[in-house]
Design a binder for this molecule. Structure first.
Ligand code: PBG
Length: 374
């Protein structure tokens, strides 16, 4: 139909109304108008709801909020000054003292949790310093908790930061991690963390049976109120690269020790196995489940959302953070936009909580409109 024909038809559909009509002198004849609806136009136009910013705001399904966010922090013992990390621009190894100011600042940003990683100077075969009530793990937890009591202090319980070989538990004869000894140790480590003031225990070692061992230990020692956030689906990922430098737990120095964690962390090829592992953690008593890494594993997150009603966390790991930062530094993309889009993708896929090194910057951006740059 030509435009002039449409206009003529439209004019034809205007009819005189009765002189006393409340509609005024004329109105459209609805039947005639209806007959004009043509195949020329799409009946459904998605762009109607994208036209203005206010309409887009109204129909938006997901958003990133400050109270979704958890900031991972590195704390090194026996250093005088906080150290910037070359592979993670903007991230530092805190001193035990500077940790206090850092967690206060994070709490003020509106972020609701921190997760602590120790950089140990007291490593041995089992990682015994992390099972010592006066060790770095216990000290950094109580420091953070006392500095910002309103913040949830999440204890990553694992041994790779405290073992001299860098694996996530003591090794058996053939160089692999001894599952059952590690489980016993991680139960002790969890108790130490809870006694030091941890609000949530997050076992990340991917040992079989660790969630039930921790749950049982906490329950019989007066910590039945402390929830477990299980690293339920943690993949053996290359995206942890910068973290291993940051936390000083790279593998490979010792020739007799395996150079990867593939015998305990998940195969990146597997979906069903990840879901089984996560559901096992749920049955063992996990209160929350985590998927890690984030952006390359959105399918796992979305599928787990379908299978479990537990709160879900996702970890945007060191390599993901580094990719965005270095790409922005090279002028390839805008750091803030790329960060916000990644975090939104986690929410869309079903995450309730997001661990991200950019947490406090993001919180200040969404709450106060304060931009953050590369
Ligand atoms: C193990 C642990 C790792 C990370 C968090 N906890 C490293 C690993 O499993 O090798 C990685 C986090 C990151 O890359 O940001 N305790």
């Amino acid at each position: 139909m030509s435009d002039s024909k449409i206009i003529k038809d439209l004019k034809d559909s205007i009819v005189e109304t009765a002189p006393d009509s409340p509609h005024g002198k004329t109105h459209f004849d609805q039947m005639k108008l209806h007959s004009l609806s043509s195949d020329r136009f799409p009946h459904v136009r998605m762009r109607r709801m994208r036209r203005t910013e206010s309409i887009r705001d109204l129909v938006r399904e997901n958003s990133v909020q400050a109270n979704d966010l958890i900031v991972p922090l590195f704390v090194e013992e026996n250093i005088d000054e906080r150290k910037p990390l070359a592979s993670m621009p903007g991230v530092f190894r805190e001193t035990e003292k500077s940790l206090e100011a850092r967690v206060k600042d994070i709490a003020a940003s509106g972020v609701r949790g921190v997760m602590l990683f120790g950089v140990s100077h007291n490593k041995d075969h089992t990682g015994s310093d992390s099972m010592d009530p006066n060790g770095l793990l216990a000290r950094m937890i109580s420091r953070a908790k006392n500095a910002a009591p309103e913040l949830s202090v999440i204890a990553d319980v694992c041994f790779c930061e405290y073992t001299d070989h860098g694996h996530c538990g003591p090794l058996c004869q053939h160089g692999d991690v001894d599952n059952d000894r590690t489980v016993e140790n991680v139960a002790i480590q969890s108790l130490i963390a809870a006694e030091a003031g941890a609000d949530i225990i997050a076992p990340s070692g991917m040992m079989d049976g660790q969630v039930s061992a921790i749950r049982h230990t906490l329950d019989v020692t007066g910590f039945s109120h402390i929830p477990i956030m299980a690293y339920a689906a943690k993949f053996a990922s290359c995206f942890y690269g910068p973290f291993r430098d940051a936390a000083g737990c790279a593998l490979g120095a010792n020739p007799n020790v395996r150079k990867d964690r593939k015998s305990y962390q998940m195969d990146p090829a597997n979906v069903r196995e990840a879901l089984r592992d996560a559901m096992l953690d749920e049955r063992e008593g996990a209160d929350m489940l985590m998927v890690k890494p984030g952006i390359a594993y959105l399918d796992i997150l979305a599928k787990l959302r379908q299978q479990s009603d537990l709160p879900l966390a996702v970890y945007q790991v060191s390599g993901e953070y580094a990719m965005l930062r270095f790409a922005a530094q090279a002028g390839a993309l805008n750091y803030q936009d790329a960060m916000m889009e990644s975090l939104l993708a986690f929410k869309r896929a079903g995450a309730d909580m997001i661990l991200t090194y950019a947490g406090d910057d993001v919180a200040r951006f969404v709450r106060e409109g304060k931009p953050f740059g590369a």
